[in-house]
Design a protein around this ligand. Structure first.
Ligand code: ARG
Length: 653
């Protein structure tokens, strides 16, 4: 333990880097340099010098809680303290005095320092530092990305000439940070349900966030196209619809004979009851699975049609929601499984169960992974073992992310453990994540179903959100409160309706369950996409009016390098502070990949913006230019967040 403490204590303390937009790092650096100059021996005490964002803005912006442990450790180590310094509060005061002694160059960040309670040091971020940050957003047309992701903020001196910030995330990508994100992944010939909707929405956001921060992202749709369900479906169709394969292949969408997903669900139900009732049907179905997996042409043809029908349905959902995902389903791994099983056999890691099933046991789990069933067939476990090896060693991804419902948590922990046990995973360079999300419930608290008890078709669910939004927009138009015409209703309603469904999911910790409620997700108040999209459009409308009614063209100001931000009013400063938290919220998101951090940031930003526009007169005020620019910086940052969440923004509502 002492070696560890020593190693930690030798970590270089954070240094101020003004091109790094992280406020957490900047404030930590100021505290660190002050602490070390007053107590140079602090470095040997194993204390990590860190600042925190204050929970309540009333008390301060950032705080440092180190004076207490520092005081205790100095005393315990018998290190003499300066004369009269006999309490943590006095240690805190010394640190503050040191910071106040520093000139603007060494401390452009912190002001208004004070000791609170038992020795907490409270501080504010200097308005000049914040306005510098806002200026950067305006100049770049984008918020500053965390430096660890290849971003940073341009230096203030270069305001109207060249800028040094890299906003192009691809600059930072290299083969070492290829991420495979396995998401959406519905099952062929089965209805895509709300669970898949969650995976799709969360997955899209995770991909966007990783892409933004410089990863090379492979979006994988691991569709269930290889299960035992195909044996019975094929048999049922052979018997009942001998022309099925032909009908499916006769071109396009408009073919009336072409079965659709609703037919498929019906086929599935019928086939299933035959399977359960007739032993003969069951046997022949199982044979079909073997035939299909061995490449029998007729089985393959029928299977292909089934896949096409399902795919068409999935596409409808993806198109509505702007989802990009590449299909690479279970069948892709079929021919890779035998070698994987051999590898486990060679390593002596297989235990053959009664009946002949080949299993792998991993620590902490009583049930094993089954790599081969007793009938010789492969299942979900087999495919995922082949897939993980493929992704780590053929694709050479350094990070794998799987997004499914939480009930599959054990499955993935076992897959990860088995991959580690056999030596496919390098603990230093590979990261494996499973994001397990909770269930979506109906308003009755039970599983989400239609009134008649059927699975809700996702396409219908999405259409409903849009149609409700359309009615509400039409009402606004009728009341003369809208800035859009009838022609724009559909597009605006789509952006808002889909955005609402997505945001309702993304804004919470994925592990939680939630009740699906159109009323709540479409509410114009509270933490909803609708509220946020209105807040954004309101800022844009102020900017438009500034130009139309007051002749202030902020784009021209920015182009000519004349944009100057002054954060004088409390609510201006507060908004500037929130804007500057963008980079830290991205870094926070990268830790657990939960998009809700970005939602939290976005929501707080909108509240700060609303406060600003209600408390500060923008149009026609002496500060109009600066305030319009602040509106612009906020709108830019909001758009970046919407984009990361996969939500389409609208400029007018
Ligand atoms: N098809 C599965 C389901 O519907 C999800 C697949 C997730 N990905 C994986 N590699 N197992 O639950």
């Amino acid at each position: 333990a002492s070696a560890k403490t020593l190693a930690k204590s030798l970590l270089p303390p954070p240094k101020l880097d003004v091109s790094d937009p992280s406020l957490l790092k900047a404030s930590s650096a100021i505290f660190a340099s002050a602490i070390l100059s007053v107590f140079p021996m602090a470095i040997t005490l194993g204390l990590e010098i860190k600042a925190f964002k204050c929970k309540d803005i009333k008390h301060g912006d950032y705080q440092c809680n180190l004076a207490m442990p520092l005081y205790q450790k100095l005393k315990a180590a018998g290190i003499p303290l300066p004369h009269g310094v006999d309490s943590p509060q006095k240690v805190a005061q010394l640190i503050i005095d040191e910071i106040l002694d520093q000139d603007e160059e060494s401390n452009p960040v912190l002001c208004d320092l004070s000791v609170n309670g038992p020795g907490f040091i409270m501080s504010r971020i200097k308005a000049s530092y914040l306005s510098n940050g806002v200026n950067c957003i305006i100049r770049e047309g984008a918020p500053s990305m965390p430096k660890t992701c290849g971003g940073g903020r341009s230096s203030s001196s270069s305001s109207n000439t060249t800028t040094t910030t890299t906003t192009d995330a691809t600059n930072n990508s290299n083969s070492d940070n290829t991420v495979v994100v396995d998401f959406s992944s519905p099952n062929i010939a089965k209805e895509m349900h709300v669970g898949h909707l969650r995976s799709t929405i969360i997955g899209e956001a995770v991909c966007r966030i990783l892409e933004y921060t410089g990863s090379n992202v492979l979006r994988v749709n691991h569709v269930g196209d290889w299960g035992t369900q195909f044996g019975m479906l094929i048999q049922y169709l052979k018997e009942e619809y001998p022309d099925f394969a032909a009908a499916g292949q006769s071109d396009g969408n408009n073919d009336a004979n072409m079965p659709n997903i609703t037919d498929l669900t019906l086929f599935y139900k019928n086939a299933k009851s035959r399977f359960d009732e007739s032993p003969e049907f069951k046997k022949i179905s199982q044979l079909n699975v073997v035939k299909l997996q061995a490449g029998d042409p007729e089985c393959q043809r029928i299977w292909q049609v089934l896949c096409d029908i399902s795919r068409r349905e999935f596409e409808k959902v993806y198109n509505r929601l702007d989802i990009t995902v590449e299909e690479c389903g279970e069948s892709f791994y079929n021919d890779k499984i035998p070698a994987v099983i051999d590898e486990f056999v060679d390593r002596g890691m297989i235990s053959v169960e009664e009946g002949g099933a080949k299993c792998v046991f991993v620590p902490k789990f009583k049930v094993p992974l089954m790599l081969q069933k007793s009938d010789g067939g492969y299942g979900y476990d087999s495919t995922d073992m082949a897939a993980i090896k493929y992704r780590l060693h053929t694709v050479k991804a350094s990070h794998l992310v799987y997004i499914t419902d939480f009930t599959q948590g054990d499955h993935f922990q076992m897959v990860f453990a088995a991959a580690k046990k056999i030596g496919w995973v390098n603990d230093d360079s590979h990261r494996l994540d499973h994001i397990g999300f909770g269930t979506v419930q109906g308003e009755d608290g039970k599983r989400f179903k239609t009134r008649s008890g059927d699975t809700v078709r996702l396409v219908d669910l999405l259409d409903e959100a849009v149609s409700r939004m359309e009615s509400s927009l039409k009402e606004r138009i009728a009341e003369g409160r809208a800035n859009i015409s009838e022609e724009e209703v559909h597009e605006t309603a789509s952006a808002m309706g889909y955005g609402a469904v997505k945001y309702f999911d993304l804004r919470r910790n994925p592990t939680s369950n939630y009740i699906f409620s159109y009323d709540r997700m479409l509410d114009t108040k509270g933490n909803t996409a609708i509220y946020l999209l209105y807040a954004h459009a309101r800022l844009e409308s102020i900017i438009t009016k500034g130009k139309a009614d007051h002749g202030i063209d902020i784009d021209a100001l920015i182009r000519e390098g004349k944009a100057q931000i002054v954060l004088a009013h409390k609510s201006e400063r507060n908004l500037g502070l929130h804007l500057q938290c963008f980079a830290d919220s991205i870094e926070e998101t990268l830790k657990d990949l939960y998009p809700y951090h970005i939602c939290d940031f976005l929501y707080e930003l909108s509240i700060a913006a609303s406060e600003f526009v209600t408390q500060c007169k923008v149009l026609g005020s002496p500060e109009m230019e600066s305030r319009l620019l602040l509106c612009r910086a906020t709108a830019i940052t909001m758009r970046q967040c919407f984009d990361l969440l996969g939500i389409r923004h609208v400029m007018r509502i």
